[in-house]
Design a binder for this molecule. Structure first.
Ligand SMILES: NC(=O)c1ccc[n+]([C@@H]2O[C@H](COP(=O)([O-])OP(=O)(O)OC[C@H]3O[C@@H](n4cnc5c(N)ncnc54)[C@H](OP(=O)(O)O)[C@@H]3O)[C@@H](O)[C@H]2O)c1
Length: 344
C-alpha cells in the first residue's frame, strides 16, 4: 500500500494519550470496558510531526538483536500494543553493529518475519529506519546522494515493505558538521527529498545531530527534519546542551534512545527511580521512561521480554509530580550525551 503524500506544514507538537482522551467514567464496569478498548487499540499516545504525519510516541527498538531475537521481540511488542518499531541498516543479523553487508544483512530481515506474522495492518504501524551518513557503511563520500537512495531502498527490501514512516540519517558525517562536511551533508539531505517524493518514506529525520548540524541543513531545501533521535535519559538533565529547546523552536521532535542509560542498572533498580516508582505503584523503569515522556520527548525503548514490553507501554494516565520531576531533572548519573558523534 502506498502512503498518502505528506503535506508540508508548520509544526504542531502535541503529546496526548488515548487514555487522556477517554471521558472520565463513573462506573467500574464501564471503566473496565474502556481499559479493554485501550488495550485493543494499542496504548501509545501520538505526536504530530512537522509535516502532519502522526507518530506513536513510544517505539520498540531492535539494536543488538540477532534477526531471530528481533523477530521475537517485535512480535511481542506488537502483541503488547506497540505500533512503532525502530530499526536500522547497521543492526546486523548476527547482533553486531556494523556494515551489515559483512554480517549477513541487517536484523530487519527478522523484523520482516514479525510483520508478516502479525495481524496488525501496515497502515496501523509506524516503522522507523535509518541510513548511514556520507562516508560510512557503504555510503561513499564521492557518491553520497545515489548511495543514500540505494541504502534507503535496501532497508525497504529487508523489511519487506513499500515504504517506511520515518527515515533517519543515523549520524552526522565523521568529524561533525563543520565546513569540511557541511556541503556533503546538505547533498545527502537534498537527495533524501527524492525518497519522500517517491513515497518510500512519509517523513525524514536525523539522529545524533547537534545544533551545528541543524544550522548546516538550514535552507538546503524546504524540508525541516521531523525528528532528532538522540541518547536521553535521567542523569542528562532536562535540556542537554540546549539541544531540545533549540529543536523545539524549529518544530523538530526529539526522540530518546537508550532511555535506561548505556550499560547500567541505575535506571532499572537504582534508588532514585524505584523510590519514586513506589509512590505510584510503578517500576523504576516506568519512572525513567515517564520522565522522558513528561518532558515532551518521544521514547524508544527495547526489551526481549513480553512482560517488560507491556510495562514499558504503561506510561500514560498517571503523572510524576513537579517535585519528582525536579528531583529527576537534578540527577547527574548515569552520564550521557545527545551528540556523541558531533565534534563541530
Ligand atoms: N539512533 C541511535 O544512534 C541509537 C542508538 C542506540 C539505540 N537506539 C534505538 O533505541 C532503542 C533503545 O535503546 P537501547 O537498546 O540502548 O536500550 P534501553 O531501552 O535503554 O535499554 C534496554 C535494556 O533495558 C531492559 N529493559 C527494558 N524494559 C525493561 C523493564 N520494564 N524492566 C527491566 N528491564 C527492562 C532490557 O532488558 P530485557 O530484554 O531483559 O527486558 C534491555 O536490555 C534501541 O534498541 C534502538 O532501536 C538508537
Amino acid at each position: 500500500m502506498r502512503p498518502r503524500r505528506p503535506r508540508l506544514q508548520n509544526s504542531s507538537l502535541h503529546l496526548r494519550s488515548i487514555r487522556d482522551r477517554t471521558p472520565r467514567l463513573r462506573f467500574p464496569a464501564l471503566r473496565m470496558l474502556a481499559s479493554l478498548a485501550l488495550a485493543t487499540l494499542g496504548a501509545s499516545p501520538t505526536i504530530t510531526l512537522n509535516n502532519g504525519v502522526i507518530m506513536p510516541t513510544v517505539a520498540a527498538g531492535t539494536w543488538q538483536y540477532t534477526s531471530d531475537v528481533a523477530e521475537l521481540s517485535v512480535s511481542a511488542a506488537l502483541s503488547a500494543g506497540f505500533r512503532h518499531i525502530d530499526a536500522a541498516h547497521d543492526y546486523c543479523a548476527d547482533g553486531k553493529t556494523s556494515d551489515c553487508s559483512l554480517h549477513g544483512g541487517s536484523n530487519q530481515q527478522g523484523i520482516r518475519k514479525a510483520l508478516a506474522g502479525s495481524s496488525v495492518k501496515r497502515a496501523d504501524l509506524f516503522i522507523t529506519t535509518k541510513i548511514p551518513p556520507c562516508g560510512a557503511q557503504g555510503v561513499s563520500r564521492d557518491s553520497c546522494a545515489s548511495d543514500s537512495i540505494s541504502a534507503a531502498q535496501k532497508n525497504l527490501d529487508e523489511l519487506g515493505v513499500d515504504y517506511v514512516d520515518l527515515l533517519l540519517i543515523h549520524f552526522p558525517p565523521a568529524g561533525g558538521c563543520g565546513p569540511a562536511n557541511c556541503a556533503l551533508l546538505r547533498e545527502q539531505w537534498k537527495a533524501l527529498a527524492g525518497v519522500i517524493a517517491a513515497n518510500k518514506t512519509r517523513a525524514l529525520g536525523v539522529s545524533n545531530f547537534c545544533i551545528s548540524c541543524f544550522k548546516c541543513l538550514e535552507g538546503a531545501n524546504a524540508l525541516v527534519p521531523a525528528v532528532n533521535q538522540v541518547q536521553y535519559h535521567i542523569g542528562m538533565g532536562p535540556d542537554p546542551e540546549g539541544l531540545f529547546s533549540y529543536t523545539k523552536s524549529k518544530g523538530i521532535v526529539s526522540q530518546a534512545y537508550s532511555p535506561l542509560g548505556d550499560n547500567t542498572k541505575e535506571l532499572i533498580s537504582g534508588e532514585l527511580v524505584t523510590s519514586i516508582g513506589r509512590a505510584h505503584n510503578k517500576s523504576g523503569v516506568q519512572v525513567a521512561l515517564k520522565w522522558i515522556a513528561q518532558h515532551g520527548v518521544a521514547v524508544t525503548t527495547k526489551s526481549s521480554s513480553a512482560q517488560h514490553l507491556k510495562e514499558d507501554l504503561d506510561l500514560f494516565g498517571w503523572d510524576l509530580s513537579d517535585d519528582e520531576m525536579t528531583k529527576a531533572d537534578a540527577a547527574t548519573t548515569p552520564s550521557g550525551t545527545p551528540s556523541f558523534m558531533c565534534i563541530a
